[in-house]
Design a protein around this ligand. Structure first.
Ligand code: PLP
Length: 439
């Protein structure tokens, strides 16, 4: 590290290199020797690094923070629960059903649900359940979506190394070594919003498709949204072919609205996965949906296996209960949407001032910014946006105290506490950051 203003960060990274691969606990936290961040504390919509620089945070740990860091409404409920009841017992508690009932109230298409500890685990559970119910193997995923770190989901459309003028589709590549080729045997990949691609895959292997797995709004690709017609097409194709529609709402659930993306579209999945916003940063996840599908979860050779030592622990469920109650009973989500709209307005003014054509994508609570003339409709279109300029702009924002992922595929996440952001400061800072990026 060669940043003299960050001596504590430099020391921590040096020490970490002797303890962990890449010097970090999660590979995505390594931003190079000069930019890796160590966080000392957080509050509201801000984080403070090891060298006492405070950032207004629009990354929000990739989305879980929906109210704000260290929200006392949530933290006190968790402390109360674990100090009076303990953290786990390996048995059921009254909270299990209480939280499910809250989710059912907010998301009326959920009839039965199971908990998990991470988005990865929730997706794995939903996919296994869909396969168990249908007796089929194949799953269809959408390019630019991300569904967690288990082997089968570790294949991606390799748009980074794709020549978008070649007229050919991007290659499907693994996320790295250690992922067996066999894990892609049952995977089919389609570009978002392409009717042609979905017709083609159903014509070819329709009888063996257990499920389509889709982020209805691509939270891992600049918040590019499914069109209403496309999502309806998926629903219709699933109905006609005995396939289940799984909506991965790990990022959108309880964020883009009480009922997630499905409520915005008015189109329901058979199974849905949740995580992130449902616990305001506490590790909790879930999958659920149609009762007849979920009831395939049971013991025996005809049942789908699901469980886990830490499933539905007291920390997770007390956090979920408190967070969902706030989101359900207060106007927090309206506040978040308003803050997101105001912030986009400010940024738009700055981009226009500097002559940068730009488009926002997705809902106000998690919007993508794309430098270019049109809103991308899928991951392949995203390649035509000026993502390099975006990264330079983002790195300058970080330098001046605005934290975000320097990759335009990651949306700007808004939490309730962003209502306190000084918009004039944001405008000045964005202005400075963009001016430096375009010289
Ligand atoms: N699904 C989606 C849509 C995600 O964005 C993510 C993570 O970002 C996952 C699943 C995996 O979640 P986790 O990191 O909690 O395993």
């Amino acid at each position: 590290m060669s940043n003299p203003s960050k001596p504590n960060t430099e020391r921590l990274l040096k020490q970490s290199h002797t303890n962990m691969p890449m010097g970090v606990a999660d590979s995505y936290r390594y931003w190079g020797e000069d930019n890796t961040v160590f966080v000392k504390s957080s509050e509201g919509c801000t984080i403070t690094d090891a060298d006492d620089q405070t950032f207004v945070d629009f990354r929000l740990a990739y989305g879980p923070i929906i109210l704000g860091y260290r929200d006392t409404r949530i933290d006190q409920a968790v402390v109360e629960a674990i100090t009076t009841r303990g953290t786990i017992s390996g048995f059921s508690t009254d909270l299990d059903s209480e939280v499910v009932e809250l989710i059912k109230e907010m998301c009326p298409n959920i009839e039965k649900l199971r908990f998990a500890n991470s988005g990865t685990e929730a997706v794995l559970g939903a996919v296994r359940t869909a396969r168990g119910f249908t007796g089929r193997n194949k799953i269809v995923v959408v390019e630019g979506g991300f569904h967690g770190l288990y082997d089968e989901m570790m294949w991606k459309s390799d748009v980074d190394n794709w020549d978008n003028k070649s007229g050919k589709a991007p290659e499907i590549a693994s996320f790295g070594v250690g992922i067996p080729e066999a894990s892609r045997e049952h995977l089919e990949t389609v570009p978002l919003n392409s009717f042609e691609a979905i017709d083609e895959v159903f014509a070819r292997v329709g009888n063996d498709i257990a499920a389509i797995v889709i982020e209805p709004i691509l939270g891992n690709c600049g918040s590019i949204a499914s069109s209403q017609e496309y999502l309806q097409k998926l629903r219709d194709m699933c109905n006609a072919n005995g396939t289940l529609l799984i909506m991965d709402e790990v990022k959108t659930g309880f964020r883009v609205g009480k009922g997630g993306a499905q409520a915005l579209y008015g189109i329901h999945a058979d199974l849905t996965t949740y995580a992130k916003a449902m616990g305001n940063g506490y590790p909790v996840a879930a999958f659920g949906g149609r009762a007849d599908v979920m009831d395939v979860i049971s013991f025996g050779v005809k049942g789908v296996t699901h469980g886990g030592t830490y499933t539905a622990n007291m920390v997770a469920l007390s956090a979920a209960k408190a967070t969902l109650t706030v989101l359900n009973e207060t106007d927090a989500l309206d506040t978040i949407n308003k803050a997101g709209a105001d912030i986009q307005q400010v940024l738009s003014r700055v981009f226009t001032k500097h002559g940068i054509t730009h488009k926002f994508a997705g809902p106000d609570s998690m919007f993508g910014i794309h430098f270019g003339d049109v809103v991308p409709t899928n991951y392949r279109d995203w390649k035509a946006t000026d993502s390099e300029l975006y990264t330079e702009f983002a790195m300058n924002l970080i330098k001046y105290g605005i934290m975000l992922e320097p990759d335009s595929r990651e949306p700007w996440f808004i939490c309730e506490s962003h209502r306190h952001v000084d918009l004039a400061w944001l405008e000045d800072t964005a202005d400075k950051a963009l001016a430096e990026a375009i010289v």
